[in-house]
Design a protein around this ligand. Structure first.
Ligand code: BTN
Length: 316
């Protein structure tokens, strides 16, 4: 936040619960009213709820939960206020040699990436948008792909036990509560056919958004921890605990593969036993999702009784 922004915020804080006019702020700070308005809108973009009443002025209603940069640094997590995408930031670091488990978090992503070329809504002050660099020396591109299912299983188990929520995994790795998406995972790989250089595991978790914060295109299909638990959550602490569980899981996955996580994934999934339509760039398939293999592939039986093994796509 720039100096003008913090001074406007100071005045709003000092007048909490009171509406203060743009003119008063502008004369207190010796800046123009349009400069005040610019700072108010920048603060709103950072997650501050500021009501505006024509004629009377501005009132600070609520401050966002702040990610604590110092505590994150003590826990080996690199914080950015704003990045294009934490997956891209992680890739830039990995290219410079960053080691396994280096983690990057941003309060806001300007071009957050979703699966299948989609974008990921990543406003400031409300979510956990983070990426973990993973260099599994003993694995190959063929054996590493279930790492996304491992991530989904760990998130589902952690969120359901920490917040007593009925979290479900929609194959392969969408996390949902009550049929609405609460988190997504985007794993990207750099390597060649028989050797992994590194993976970037990107996780987006909706934490403190209210329903009105989601854009209309996703409002009916999205939810957050705050909406489901009706409480505001401290993101720093949540990230540190989640990362701890994830790193433990990745260490075990490197040694023993997907098998130790398969049952957890099955316990939380909502896809097995369902008729599904799976689509991917260039194809689609309908049938019964009957099982998950030990390697994390979905077994789908089509109407002609043919068995298909599916590794990626989108279920509807
Ligand atoms: C999905 O489409 O479900 C995957 C969404 C993944 C979003 C996360 S947010 C942190 C990381 N950085 C990105 O740009 N994307 C992932």
């Amino acid at each position: 936040m720039n100096n003008k922004g913090s001074r406007v915020l100071e005045i709003l804080r000092a007048n909490r619960g009171i509406t203060i006019s743009g003119e008063e702020i502008s004369s207190a700070l010796g800046i123009s009213r349009s400069a005040v308005w610019k700072q108010i809108s920048a603060l709103r973009n950072r997650g501050y709820r500021i009501s505006a009443r024509s004629r009377s002025g501005y009132c600070l209603e609520e401050e966002p939960d702040q990610l604590d940069e110092g505590v994150l640094a003590e826990n080996d997590i690199l914080y950015f206020e704003t990045v294009d995408s934490t997956n891209l930031a992680a890739r830039r670091l990995a290219e410079k040699g960053a080691t396994s488990f280096n983690t990057i978090i941003a309060d806001q992503q300007l071009t957050g990436k979703g699966r299948l070329g989609r974008s990921w809504f990543s406003p400031a002050g409300s979510g956990l948008w983070f990426s973990i660099i993973f260099r599994p020396l003993a694995l190959t591109p063929a054996t590493v792909s279930p790492v996304t299912l491992v991530t989904a299983a760990v998130l589902a188990e952690y969120l359901s036990s920490a917040f007593s929520l009925p979290v479900k995994i929609k194959w392969p790795n969408d996390l949902q509560v009550g049929g609405k998406k609460i988190a997504g995972i985007l794993t990207e790989i750099k390597g060649d056919l028989d050797r992994i250089d590194y993976l970037i595991i990107g996780i987006g978790l909706n934490v403190n958004q209210k329903t009105a914060d989601f854009p209309s295109a996703i409002v009916t299909s999205s939810t957050s921890l705050a909406i489901e638990t009706k409480t505001r959550i401290k993101r720093t602490e949540l990230l540190i605990n989640l990362r701890h569980s994830l790193l433990q899981a990745y260490r075990l996955f490197e040694k023993e593969g997907f098998l130790p996580f398969r049952q957890t994934w099955i316990d939380y999934n909502r896809t097995l036993g369902q008729k599904v339509n799976i689509s991917w760039p260039g194809g689609s398939l309908s049938g019964l999702a009957s099982e998950l293999t030990d390697e994390g592939r979905l077994i789908v039986k089509d109407e002609l009784g043919r068995i298909h093994l599916v590794s990626y796509g989108e279920v509807s």
